[in-house]
Design a binder for this molecule. Structure first.
Ligand code: CTP
Length: 411
């Protein structure tokens, strides 16, 4: 699952997106794609080829997009005599999903015998092509040559088809990517990629310290804030590595994820990844203590165990401060009281460049551990309050925090 499936973002507000649908069985997924874009705030317009209308009706896409579906060059005659080249020019982006072998071949050769081809040839907007077809067709060198030819041009991005169960009854490469992944890819295309060429390391979620195989010390962190940060950094063009503790919330699909269990494992993973990173976003909630003894077998009720002796865990950020690295370090503080005072102490003690502090606990349902929203304050390394961040979806909060981090990294 991608972030778009469970979180709101601002990227599509006020954007005009053209969805081109060509004639393949995956056209049924275009309905979900149009709905998702519309829900994300985009003004969605649809152009179908005649073959696409054999798989899904224009009425379905018209209802979901809230705009008339265009199909035919000759239908546009009433709008203006040159509507076939003008319509669609003011779109912010185009997605062709599914893009059939036939359509890719025509586009790669500059043909214009359909409205969608006319619109693409007579414009400059970025185009995301989502090929979908039979696996042998996709592997065919003729199709691959056409795809390579298109991908060489800056304007066209090709989202390679996934491997899976195909409508022709075989498992292979040819599946149209999930609509949520297509939406994310367009979001990345539309965003100012101010983290392009940067490597970002994000930690997320809790750690677990077992005292027997079925019992452990932990905290209610879900990883949502860290996942939102990883997604937001990816959307801004970064190469992202995510180190995630155990949680039932799915991590974003586009970033490389390393799974860890304990705080010591988290420290090892961060120490390995950090030297090649430019930015560390330390959103994990590591457990500060671990049991002195971790029993090999489950402890029985009658075993007489009445207390668990604890020993301190390493502090990952403090250890990072001793490492040789040049990354900009952003830490987090989740507090139940003395909010800014605690954050100022932490930013200094752990030598962070920036800290984001938010409220947790019974009085803070909208900013707490399992919430999909957050709000708080950003404080710099001198303990100065940079800005208050209003309540919003975690992805929006993540972007605000990245704005501040990037501004300081570029100084
Ligand atoms: N952190 C860390 N290693 C730990 C504990 C926390 O690197 N063992 C990091 C967190 O990822 C976060 C920051 O330090 O970015 C502050 O975490 P927090 O739990 O609020 O701070 P603690 O130092 O554990 O202080 P306390 O629990 O006393 O509030």
């Amino acid at each position: 699952m991608s972030i778009s499936a469970h979180d709101e973002r601002q990227t599509f507000k006020g954007r005009r997106i053209l969805v081109g649908v060509t004639g393949g069985i995956a056209a049924y997924k275009s309905a979900e794609l149009v709905r998702m874009l519309q829900k994300a705030g985009a003004d969605v317009h649809v152009c179908m080829t005649e073959a696409a209308t054999k798989f899904i009706t224009p009425l379905t896409l018209e209802t979901l997009s809230g705009n008339p579906v265009r199909q035919n060059i000759w239908d546009l005659r009433g709008d203006s005599s040159i509507a076939h080249t003008e319509w669609g020019r003011d779109m912010d982006a185009v997605i062709v999903a599914p893009a059939t072998a036939d359509f890719l071949g025509r586009l790669a050769n500059g043909l214009a015998d359909q409205l969608l081809l006319n619109v693409l040839l007579a414009s400059r907007m970025p185009v995301l092509l989502c090929p979908s077809m039979n696996d042998l067709m996709w592997a065919n060198p003729l199709v691959q040559q056409n795809v390579e030819r298109l991908a060489e041009l800056d304007r066209f991005r090709v989202l390679s088809p996934g491997v899976g169960w195909l409508a022709c009854g075989v498992v292979g490469a040819g599946r149209m990517p999930d609509p949520a992944d297509i939406v994310d890819a367009v979001a990345r295309q539309l965003r100012d990629n101010d983290l392009e060429g940067q490597r970002v390391l994000v930690t997320a979620g809790p750690t677990r310290e077992h005292f027997d195989p079925v019992r452990f010390l932990s905290n209610p962190s879900t990883g949502r804030m860290g996942f939102a940060l990883a997604y937001a950094a990816w959307e801004r063009g970064a190469e992202v590595t995510l180190i995630a503790g155990p949680t039932s919330v799915p991590a974003p699909t586009h970033v490389e994820t390393r799974h860890i269990g304990t705080t010591e494992e988290l420290l090892r993973a961060v120490s390995e990844e950090l030297p090649r990173c430019n930015l560390l976003l330390m959103a994990a909630a590591p457990v500060d203590f671990r049991p002195e003894v971790s029993h090999e077998h489950k402890q029985k009720k009658g075993s007489g165990m009445s207390a668990v002796a604890l020993q301190p865990n390493p502090d990952v950020l403090k250890a990072v401060a001793e490492l040789e690295h040049s990354a900009f370090v952003v830490g987090f503080a989740a507090e139940t009281q003395e909010f800014e005072r605690n954050a100022v102490q932490k930013v200094r003690r752990k030598q962070m460049d920036l800290i984001f502090v938010n409220r947790v606990g019974a009085q803070a349902a909208s900013t707490g551990f399992s919430s999909t929203t957050n709000a708080g304050a950003i404080i710099d390394s001198d303990g100065r309050l940079i800005r208050q961040v209003e309540l919003g979806p975690k992805v929006a909060v993540a972007h605000t925090l990245l704005d501040e981090a990037i501004r300081r990294m570029n100084r």
